[in-house]
Design a protein around this ligand. Structure first.
Ligand code: FES
Length: 356
């Protein structure tokens, strides 16, 4: 919690610019009619920008009037958060993070630079260019030590600073330049210095995955519905073994040749005959909505490939939900597995055609 005090010298008037008013209206419109005070935080922030980087009391009152709030309620919020400046700031307002990671990495050195060049906190330099404040963690700890500079160009982070690079940065600001934001050493964002050391194999970012082989495409693409869903479509009906089995001997009637065995099998859980033995199974978890559990359920029903899911019709979806995902009705449609799978299947086929 901060203990901010309002500046002694306060302007007499304040009115929102048309742009600020419009922006506040946009925030207010996000809330129900009787909850519009919920827009207080952004409204104060916008008012602060509109007033030149700090919040005079008249601006707080204007916000309170706009949100139909008691003035004291607005003061309570404005005096609590350090994001609101209750006294004027420099053209370039610097917020220095002094929290542990930044402190361990040298924020005291940066503080010393500011004390030397600007003076104590909330002091504005004689030319009106610089002022600073120490604040708590700004969420860029991996690039400690860091500061935020707010000015007419916006609010920007400057990270991985040293006393020297910070000094040079202040020189640029005073000279009227806007230094490039981000790390002030050789780092790219928060990668290690010198570049990334992990996840550097470009191929892992390619869509789809390597298939060792795609033998017999036509056979693989054939999706056979289980006899339980359609008795007229016996599983593996074309296999010659069933026709040549000596069982036919016991029956003088030639009518039933290849159906009885399959029909008699009490294993109605396999939905498709396509299996992982004819190629590397696809990673179904790539499909949004499918996690390891769902993938296991689907695999146990003989579903291993994007192309299988991509070929589902409404009846298939219903059947799969009944067999494998009974506890999650509507999940397949809601996450649109079929469309996702179609796209992935295309990518896999394309990669296979290229021999990737
Ligand atoms: S500790 Fe400084 S940004 Fe988090």
């Amino acid at each position: 919690m901060s203990a901010q005090r309002m500046a002694l010298n306060q302007p007499k008037d304040f009115s929102f610019s048309a742009a600020a008013e419009k922006e506040i209206d946009m925030w207010v419109a996000k809330y129900p009619a009787d909850r519009q005070r919920s827009a207080l935080i952004p409204a104060l922030w916008i008012a602060q920008k509109d007033a030149g980087g700090w919040l005079p009391e008249v601006a707080m009152r204007a916000v309170a009037d706009k949100l139909s709030m008691a003035y004291i309620r607005v003061y309570e919020v404005a005096t609590f958060y350090t994001m609101y400046n209750l006294s004027p700031v420099g053209e370039h307002f610097i917020q220095l993070c002094g929290t542990t990671p930044c402190w361990l990495r040298g924020s005291d050195d940066l503080k010393a630079v500011m004390k030397r060049r600007i003076g104590g906190q909330n002091t504005i330099t004689a030319d009106g260019k610089l002022s600073w404040l120490e604040v708590e963690c700004l969420g860029a700890c991996s690039n400690a030590p860091m500061i935020q500079i707010s000015n007419a160009a916006g609010d920007h982070y400057y990270e991985d600073l040293t006393a020297e690079s910070f000094d040079a940065l202040l020189d640029k600001l005073v000279a009227g330049e806007q230094p490039a934001q981000g790390p002030q050493n050789t780092r790219h964002t928060s990668e290690p210095e010198g570049g990334a050391t992990v996840l550097i194999d470009a191929s892992i970012y390619k869509q789809g995955r390597k298939l060792t082989k795609l033998p017999n495409q036509a056979k693989k693409l054939e999706i056979v519905r289980h006899a339980g869903a359609s008795k007229a479509a016996p599983v593996k009906a074309g296999k010659p073994k069933a026709a040549t089995k000596p069982k036919a001997k016991t029956s003088p009637k030639p009518k039933v040749v290849n159906a009885p065995k399959a029909a008699a099998k009490p294993t109605p859980k396999v939905l498709y005959t396509d299996g992982p033995t004819d190629g590397t199974p696809d990673d179904l978890k790539v499909i949004k909505g499918i996690g390891p559990v769902f993938e296991g359920e689907l695999n146990s029903k003989g579903i291993y490939y994007y192309r299988q899911i991509g070929a589902w019709k409404a009846a298939d979806v219903k059947m799969v939900e009944g067999e494998a995902l009974a506890r999650f009705p509507g999940r397949i449609k809601r996450d649109d597995w079929v469309k996702q799978a179609k796209t992935l299947a295309k990518a896999v086929a394309k990669a296979a055609a290229k021999g990737v």
